[in-house]
Ligand binder design. Structure first.
Ligand SMILES: CC/C=C\C/C=C\C[C@@H](/C=C/C=C\C/C=C\C/C=C\CCC(=O)O)OO
Ligand SMILES: [Fe+2]
Length: 625
């Protein structure tokens, strides 16, 4: 049997076998420890009426050793209460085995639970990177490390005392937007734009009152009046990084790094531009002088350094809260609960499994290489050294169900109906398209709410995610059961949106917005300014050094680049479902995605800064990087 080979076997059976329920597949174990990957088994049955009938047995698993794999027929779940409970019994046995293979583990207290695996080598073969993905991932990482060595050599004798010196390491293939960032990063409207459509569009919210932490000194009464006027007009916005307050900063090569917890006030202009009005780098602290407010009218280097501190803070919350926690780690909880609670014949398993591909491995690699002791965060990030785990704990403690559902999240943040909020617009469109796909599929199997209420497997799945995987998240709005098809569809839509659109919207931008390091410094080597007297020496002494900057560029490129074996949203090849019903729902899903693709391409043609992270053709079908 070779790769992607189809083999036809003809077997004449004299007696009538009745409806085919299972097929058993056995691979004899020869000398080599080999494994076959079986997509599916299709049996063509020729009946007396000379009609032929196709009976499909989905597999999409590795067959290794001497094992026998027993595959239920694709529509088995519909007959789960018939055929003497054979399918029920098969499902129970399957889950018993899966619960030994996929176990929960507490990697760090206060974080969502993860899969029990010390390294990717401990993961079951069925969830491992296929050969091509593994070679690409490890090969490009090695190439990236070589790149760093070359850049270090190249800059060994050169200066590092002006912002232009970052150009010395800004070579190699760069996206058009990354080059634009290098050109425009100092501009206020470019700074404001990133809160709407940059790599982290999850923090900005419309102000409903002046933040209590915003202390305005009497000499700035003009600013107070401006802020109040913008508030009344409904065009005052804020980005509050208070989650970083009190986080211990890293020590890198004996040098204490520094952190801030900024608040940015911004105004939405009639043309849709978002402009910063004031930056407070630290919250007020009793017994200390009020923190200074930095303004666009300050000396240019002072204002630039204040903005750089905001960009560094956004790097932390983007990578830890928006990216790692609210996509990767949440998706891992879905994956482990799905493997432990839903048998392969279950319609929600069939619907979700394509969107969980490779996630357990990429997350395990992140735990061993990125946020581990001595990992990338410890090496070059100012929340590294343990602070990053406290940020993850604080973010987990305030992770709500609504914040993972764009219709709720964007409403709560006051971001509906803003023409220049392109992430918001595209996220809502994708939510609706995915929601229709989920409803269309769920309604094929759940004819009414009572069928959902009486499905013990899907109820156990929901409970395992909320109570176990997300550590008692019912207090933050996550469901512990489904009382209706609508509740089930909303939750499954959130799962698929998180594993596809949201991760793409959060991950891809690293390539564009993190390549020019001053726009998103991974660390800050000096304390935040407390006066307006800022020099270029202070700025350069604060921003990352050559090594830190090179490593940031390499990792941002490695994680943000297009994956060569990428499967676009809705275009997985596995056919877990059979029958015309699902095929029609999937066809409509793909048509809706194509319509949105054309809409976004047409819209982007008219934009100075096109927003493409939620273009369906660029959305990966699962979290694989
Ligand atoms: C700077 C990126 C910070 C956070 C990323 C957020 C989410 C996780 C990420 C997945 C990472 C997965 C694996 C780790 C990747 C690279 C390892 C880096 C260096 C290893 C060098 C070495 O071999 O020592 O989502 O994309
Ligand atoms: Fe990622």
């Amino acid at each position: 049997m070779g790769r992607y080979r189809m083999e036809d076997f003809e077997v004449d059976v004299s007696e009538d076998l009745g409806p085919l329920l299972f097929v058993k597949l056995r691979k004899t174990h020869l000398l080599l420890k080999d494994a076959w990957f079986c997509n599916h088994i299709t049996v063509w049955v020729f009946q007396q009426s000379m009609e032929e009938k196709e009976v499909v047995f989905p597999c999409y698993r590795w067959v290794q050793g001497d094992g026998i794999i027993c595959l239920p027929e694709a529509t088995a779940w519909m007959m789960r209460n018939e055929v003497q409970g054979l399918f029920q019994k098969h499902g129970e046995e399957e889950l018993e085995e899966r619960r030994t293979l996929y176990r929960w583990a507490t990697w760090k207290e206060g974080l969502p639970l993860s899969v029990a695996a010390a390294s990717e080598k401990d993961l079951p073969l069925d969830v491992r990177f296929h050969e091509g993905k593994k070679i690409d991932f490890e090969g490009t990482l090695a190439a990236g490390m070589m790149d760093i060595a070359l850049k270090r050599l190249y800059t060994l004798l050169s200066s590092w005392n002006s912002l232009e010196d970052f150009d010395q390491i800004f070579w190699g293939s760069k996206s058009a937007l990354a080059k634009r960032v290098r050109q425009s990063w100092k501009e206020d409207d470019f700074f404001g734009y990133q809160f709407l459509n940059g790599v982290n569009p999850t923090l900005l919210r419309r102000s409903t009152s002046l933040p209590t932490r915003l202390v305005i000194p009497p000499e700035l009464e003009g600013l107070q009046a401006q802020l109040e006027r913008k508030l009344q007009e409904g065009c005052l916005f804020e980005a509050d990084f208070s989650l970083l307050d009190g986080i211990q900063a890293n020590v890198i090569q004996g040098e204490r790094q520094h952190l801030a917890a900024p608040l940015v006030m911004l105004k939405m202009e009639p043309d849709g531009k978002l402009l910063p009005m004031a930056i407070q780098l630290q919250p007020p602290c009793s017994g200390s002088p009020d923190p200074p407010l930095f303004l666009p009218s300050d000396p240019s280097l002072t204002w630039l350094l204040a903005k750089a501190w905001v960009r560094n803070s956004d790097f932390q919350l983007h990578e830890l809260q928006a990216h790692l926690l609210k996509t990767h780690l949440v998706a891992e909880v879905f994956a482990v609960a799905t493997m432990r609670c839903l048998p392969g014949m279950h319609p929600i398993f069939k619907l979700l499994i394509p969107h969980l591909r490779y996630t357990l491995e990429i997350n395990t690699r992140a735990r061993t290489k990125l946020i581990s002791d001595g990992g990338i965060f410890d090496q070059v990030v100012n929340t590294g050294g343990g602070g990053h785990l406290d940020v993850l704990r604080k973010a987990t403690a305030c992770l709500t169900y609504r914040s993972l559902c764009p219709p709720d999240d964007l409403a709560d943040r006051g971001l509906l109906g803003i023409p220049s909020a392109l992430y918001a617009h595209d996220a809502l469109r994708l939510w609706d398209i995915i929601s229709r796909y989920v409803q269309g599929t769920v309604h094929l199997y759940y004819s009414e709410d009572e069928v959902v209420q009486s499905d013990p497997e899907v109820q156990a799945w929901c409970q395992e995610i909320t109570e176990i995987g997300l550590c008692g998240a019912q207090e933050r709005g996550f469901p512990v059961s489904f009382q209706s098809r609508a509740e089930l569809c909303h939750f499954v839509t959130m799962c698929i949106f998180t594993c596809t659109a949201q991760h793409s919207g959060i991950n891809q931008g690293q390539l564009d917005w993190y390549a020019w390091v001053p726009n998103a410094p991974c660390t800050m080597r000096k304390p935040p300014p407390t006066t307006k007297d800022v020099t270029l020496e202070m700025v350069m002494a604060t921003l990352p050094n050559v090594h830190q900057a090179c490593l940031q560029m390499t990792i941002a490129w490695h994680l943000g680049r297009f994956q060569p074996d990428m499967v676009p949203l809705g275009h997985h090849k596995e056919e877990y479902f059979s029958g015309p019903g699902y095929k029609a729902v999937l066809k409509r899903f793909q048509e809706d995605l194509n319509t949105l693709e054309r809409e976004i391409v047409a819209r982007n043609e008219g934009l100075d800064l096109p927003y493409y992270y939620l273009q369906p053709s660029r959305i990966e079908n699962s979290i694989t990087i």
